[in-house]
Design a protein around this ligand. Structure first.
Ligand SMILES: NC(=O)c1ccc[n+]([C@@H]2O[C@H](COP(=O)([O-])OP(=O)(O)OC[C@H]3O[C@@H](n4cnc5c(N)ncnc54)[C@H](O)[C@@H]3O)[C@@H](O)[C@H]2O)c1
Length: 365
């Protein structure tokens, strides 16, 4: 067999295990190094995964200077994504960076600039992109079946789901539910329509649950949002209504919706509403003046066995990164595209802090 792809992992905490799970399955890939700023943590991680030969470091810079790598997974907390991704790109190494892309928009811009300058790939870890039904929704909307899309709203949200650890520490996570799961909602809603440029954002963010001992054990140290909403104007006369929660007194913040001049798509998010239905995804249109509503069902047109090679969407994320390195790109989830997502997160954060609408200004790359 030809030389295996050589991968390093920066940040060996929780999500690094999911990256390792993917890489460990690929015969053409080996994890040869890990780095974590907590002394001994990278060594423990590599040993736990029976990679006793792999080298462990206490900084990304040290790892990049001492080990020949093709790619790295950046699995650090949000506020250090940019410094680690940029260090790897400048060292000539391809980057798969966990979501959200970064904390500030400027960090995201710097990451894309570093990728352009080095000619190395920057891809962002949005594994829901590999979900089969998500891909079918993207296909339907991408086919133009909805006509001109003019309104999009995110839905879903958690009733009780505040994560522990670094997720609630503002110096490490930057954002709360906005950066943790809000960035997924934004990606789900806007990738389907080609990520129109955001123009303005008016947002609110609260933390009524994280700061209440009835709902969270350490309210004194809860430093981020657990709920946020925003009204976003997008280029092309599209309105985007965003909402996300880690905790609330409801089973859902509503359905995800794309409204177009010829049709609409709705993803049913309430667990009670969707219990007996054939699918969570509905398509609405008008045929000869008749309201015509249908469920979008999984279908495998020609070959019942032509299913995705890996059912685990996390594993598919790592496989797509490795394939892009082996085949010379493009990035599966390009940094340039996710800059629009980052611009919205940054705008929501700033608008909520300032208590007024903000203009989104994305610097030239
Ligand atoms: N894709 C997903 O489904 C998913 C799930 C969970 C977390 N995440 C993302 O993964 C990232 C990490 O989350 P986690 O739960 O693993 O956090 P974590 O706190 O468990 O792990 C982060 C690790 O990074 C290390 N680290 C921080 N800065 C570093 C630096 N400059 N150099 C080297 N190591 C550094 C920390 O010491 C820690 O061990 C976050 O951005 C989070 O949003 C993604």
């Amino acid at each position: 067999m030809e030389r295996k792809l050589r991968i390093g992992i920066i940040g060996t905490g929780g999500i690094a295990g999911a990256h390792m799970h993917g890489y460990a399955q690929f015969e053409d890939v080996e994890v040869v190094a890990g780095a974590d700023i907590v002394p001994g943590k990278a060594r423990d991680f590599l040993d736990r995964h029976e990679l006793t030969e792999a080298e462990a470091f206490e900084s990304a810079a040290e790892m990049l200077a001492n080990v020949e790598l093709d790619g790295v997974s950046v699995c650090t907390y949000n506020t250090t994504h940019a410094e680690c991704a940029i260090a790897a790109l400048e060292a000539g190494v391809h980057v798969l960076c966990e979501k959200p892309m970064s904390f500030t928009l400027q960090e995201g811009v710097d990451m894309v600039r570093a990728s352009r300058k080095s000619g190395k790939m920057l891809t962002i870890g949005f594994q829901p992109r590999y979900d089969y039904m998500r891909q079918k929704v993207d296909d339907i909307i991408g086919s133009g079946a909805l006509g001109k899309v003019y309104y999009i709203q995110s839905g879903g949200g958690r009733r009780r789901g505040i994560p522990a650890g670094t997720f609630v520490d503002a110096s490490k996570a930057g954002y709360g539910c906005l950066g943790d799961i809000g960035c997924y909602s934004i990606d789900e809603c806007l990738h389907a329509v080609g990520y129109p440029k955001p123009l303005t954002v008016s947002a609110m963010a609260t933390n009524h649950f994280g700061t209440n001992p009835k709902y969270w054990p350490d309210p004194e140290n809860f430093q981020v949002d657990d709920f946020s909403v925003a009204f976003v104007r997008l280029e092309g006369d599209i309105t985007f209504v965003f909402k996300q929660s880690w905790a609330m007194h409801a089973d859902s913040l509503g359905d995800t919706l794309w409204l177009g001049t010829e049709g609409g798509i709705k993803i049913l998010n309430s667990p009670t509403k969707r219990a007996d239905l054939p699918s969570r995804v509905m398509y609405f249109t008008d045929v000869n003046g008749m309201h015509t509503d249908s469920f979008v069902l999984p279908s495998y047109p020609f070959n019942a066995y032509a299913r995705p090679q890996f059912d685990n969407i996390f594993d598919q994320k790592m496989r797509a990164f490795c394939d892009a390195i082996l085949e010379g790109g493009p990035a599966p989830v390009p940094g340039e595209e996710i800059l629009m997502n980052q611009a919205i997160c940054d705008g929501i954060y700033r608008s909520a802090m300032l208590g007024r609408e903000v203009v989104i200004d994305i610097p030239e790359i």
